[in-house]
Design a protein around this ligand. Sequence first.
Ligand SMILES: [Fe+2]
Ligand SMILES: [Fe+2]
Length: 358
Amino acid sequence: MTRLNRREFLKTGAAAIAATTLPVSLVRVAFGAKGSMEDFTFAYISDSHIQHLGGSKFVRNWDRGLIRAIREANLLAPKPDFFLFGGDLAQLGTREEIDHGLDLMSKLRGKVYYVMGEHDYYLDLGEYWESKLGPQWYSFDHKGVHFVVLNSILTYDDWTFTRWATPKERMGAMARLDNPEGSPFLVGEKQRAWLKKDLKGVKKDTPIVVCSHSPLQKIFKGWNFWTDDAEDVLALLKPFRKVTVVYGHVHQIQYNQIGNISFHAVMATAWPWPYPGSYAQAPNHLPELTVPMNRADPFFERDATGWQFINVHTGNVDMHYQLPNNKDRTVAFNPKGSRPEDRSYQRSENRIPPQTHY
Ligand SMILES: [Fe+2]
Ligand SMILES: [Fe+2]
């Protein structure tokens, strides 16, 4: 959406959310006046990390982040056709956390599609999640767009099944950053075979939106901003003209273009992660295109959280970030370079020195 369009869009009834800074994404899929398909919106909420403290107590900050996002989402007008939850509903995958997270999510008025996060999975390998929410990967069509939901946080079988004395140890190991005992994420052969079959019936010019938890690219291994078989998954998506991957897990603004595929991260309702580039102990591959967010105040708990409008316009994505204590940002698809670019800060001379970002 352009500025003007956004204003018009807000005028249609979403003005109530304009003044807030909540971590819910509104995705507007627009095909243009000439298209035969119908424009629509959906909303995206991610990474709530609901954490059980014992008894009826849960970490309050994470609860509040999710509750605010849900309230926000319920106020959206026009009402989104559906919601996506981007994974990491729970912190340590327990029934209490999943039940409490789903109890909060039940207040959302509308259909919700869920993505599996590693924090939901590694205690019981998704068993309880699946009993509540259904299959861990699936696809659906909505008004001319093919949506694919993947479980991208699987890993190698020997790590999952033979390495740990208890499920709790395994969960703890996957929840840690910089864990030399960790293991990189995988979509895996079985799911790739499913995806190949699923895409067989999809026309090459049908817009595809893939929802994964981890980035389907290799950014920083130590924090699992990384999917080990990303190239194999992208190869399956290569024949399609309009592909966008939307992912959670990284809790920060990231965007990238690899061939025909655009990538955008959504923000978390729980907390922001620092950028791996700020951490010099290991090489990282933050996409060169990404101009990181400025971390103005690390002691402000909502700093570097926020929410965004996303416009999937004829298959290309424009992100409009609303950030508390930070300037709004627009990262829009530039057809000239066939890649997403920050409208203000992509050119390094527009950034604030001595920062390399803005
Ligand atoms: Fe997360
Ligand atoms: Fe995650």
